[in-house]
Design a protein around this ligand. Structure first.
Ligand code: GDP
Ligand code: MG
Length: 457
């Protein structure tokens, strides 16, 4: 995949630098993807699909579709047979499901239901982990990045347990839990009363990418997430001499030091301006088709506009989050262009962006352009996708609202800017207490706080 990289990070001189990279022939497989629960599995499959549309599915060592649900497992297996078939690169992508499914229809969204079956569930998980490890040996390298799609429902705590097991199995891998904050009342109550506390233990110290459960179009949001993550994985940020293969890993290493435990994502999708019709094949390699674009200045102003739009509230995958403007930010622009057109388009867009002062607004911003031909439904409309990942600092409004009820702003929040994320115990504590201390024996006040907002049990 041809790609171009615009570095605006070092602004000692006003020149923007574009570095052109050749097509990546075959990067070794370096990713492990885990989906927890029905939504998590759906998200992991969409990510795998996007990677395959980028001709980069071979980078995935293993996908774990952890939904203790016969329907999900059957559906995913059917889809896999249809759309992936046998992987052609490397040792192949391994797809794992739970072998032990105590209840055929999952845990009915009850995050405590698994506890009756914990022993055999853990043994099954250990088996999954050893298969992940064995395959990583076959692939010849430990995974550099592990993506975990997690939620706040029936598989939530199991997800935390699996996270710990992966953490122990691959202590040097960058792990990115992708959280889907709940919005329905039942999940919010469970989160407040049980799941959050569990996550504080199980995900302690993780930097999580935060998204909100969609109440409008879940599938569209899942696709935006998958597209963004896949775009980042094949992007080429960073130094020429960086030995990393997983670009998402490079991004995480750069952004997480500035984050207080959360990362945010903004995604924007725009129709490409086309003047020429292009052909569309219904069989592989259909992702090698490119759109023919109209006049260049059209495209670069459209691009600039799309990049600015990643600041809009509507573009954020989680609601109500802010990012410090001087924190490092990375943007990936995926364009359905021929590889030869990418470099000039990137250079022109970078110049237009410089004129629009975006690099004054974000003093620490990197942009990578790459070619991508994604399918969106049956219509062969060509789209550009712009995704920004940024560190989040301070309070997450949605989290405060869930855990404290209502849009409460804590008076001491400003003083505790960096106390976010799991493992801080911040959100569960009374404001008067020291949030750095782990919770002591008296949980009564937490219980009271929870009960206050319970409208039914
Ligand atoms: N974004 C998204 N949400 C989903 C999807 N499927 C179910 N959900 C929602 O995700 C929440 C958790 O459900 P589910 O994933 O089944 O949790 P489980 O009990 O752990 O399997 C529920 O509120 C569902 O409405 C999906 O494909 N995408
Ligand atoms: Mg389910």
């Amino acid at each position: 995949m041809p790609s171009a990289f615009v570095r605006a990070r070092s602004r000692n001189h006003r020149l923007l630098h574009t570095a052109k990279r050749g097509a990546v022939t075959s990067a070794p497989s370096t990713l492990v993807v885990v989906g927890m629960g029905t939504a998590g599995v759906r998200r992991s499959m969409l990510f795998a699909q996007r990677m395959s549309e980028l001709s980069a599915a071979g980078r995935i060592q293993t996908v774990v579709g952890y939904d203790c649900n016969e329907v999900t497992i059957a559906n995913v297996q059917k889809t896999l047979q249809k759309s992936f078939g046998a992987a052609r690169t490397g040792a192949g992508t391994q797809v794992l499901f739970p072998n032990y499914v105590p209840m055929p229809n999952g845990f009915m969204r009850d995050p405590k239901r698994f506890r009756d079956f914990l022993g055999p569930l853990e043994r099954d998980m250990d088996n999954i982990i050893s298969q992940v490890m064995m395959h990583s040996e076959r692939c010849g390298r430990v995974p550099e990045t592990i993506i975990e799609f997690m939620g706040f429902s029936g598989h939530a705590v199991l997800g935390g347990i699996l996270h710990q097991k992966l953490r122990n199995a691959f202590p040097n891998s960058a792990i990115l839990p992708v959280m889907m904050l709940p919005k329905d009342h039942v999940s919010e109550e469970w989160t407040k009363r049980y799941i959050w506390e569990q996550y504080e233990e199980l995900l302690s110290g993780s930097n999580c990418l935060v998204t909100t459960q969609s109440d409008v179009n879940a599938r569209e949001d899942d696709v935006r997430l998958a597209t963004g993550l896949a775009g980042f994985e094949v992007a080429e940020f960073g130094e020429e001499n960086d030995p990393s293969v997983s670009q998402l890993g490079v991004t995480l290493r750069r952004l997480t030091p500035a984050s207080g435990g959360w990362l945010g994502m903004a995604a924007v999708k725009r129709k490409m301006p086309i003047t020429k019709k292009f052909e569309w094949l219904n069989f592989p390699p259909w992702w090698r088709q490119y759109a023919a674009v109209g006049p260049d200045d059209d495209l670069s102003s459209l691009l600039g506009n799309a990049i600015w739009s990643t600041l809009d509230p509507a573009a954020q995958l989680a609601e109500g989050i802010n990012q410090p403007p001087h924190a490092p930010q990375e943007i990936v622009v995926s364009l359905p262009l021929h590889g030869d057109e990418l470099e000039p388009v990137a250079a022109q867009a970078a110049e237009a962006l410089d004129h629009s002062n975006i690099f004054d607004r974000f003093t620490n911003l990197d942009i990578a352009f790459n070619t991508a031909r994604f399918t969106d439904g049956i219509e062969p409309e060509p789209y550009m996708h712009v995704t920004r990942i940024y560190p989040v600092n301070g309070e997450l409004q949605t989290v405060t609202a869930i855990l404290r009820g209502g849009g409460v702003t804590l008076p001491h929040a400003a003083a505790m800017r960096s106390e976010t994320g799991f493992g801080s115990y911040f959100h569960l504590r009374d404001p008067a207490y020291n949030p750095l201390l782990p919770p002591g024996g008296d949980n009564t006040e937490i219980e009271d706080n929870g009960q206050q907002h319970v409208r039914y049990v």
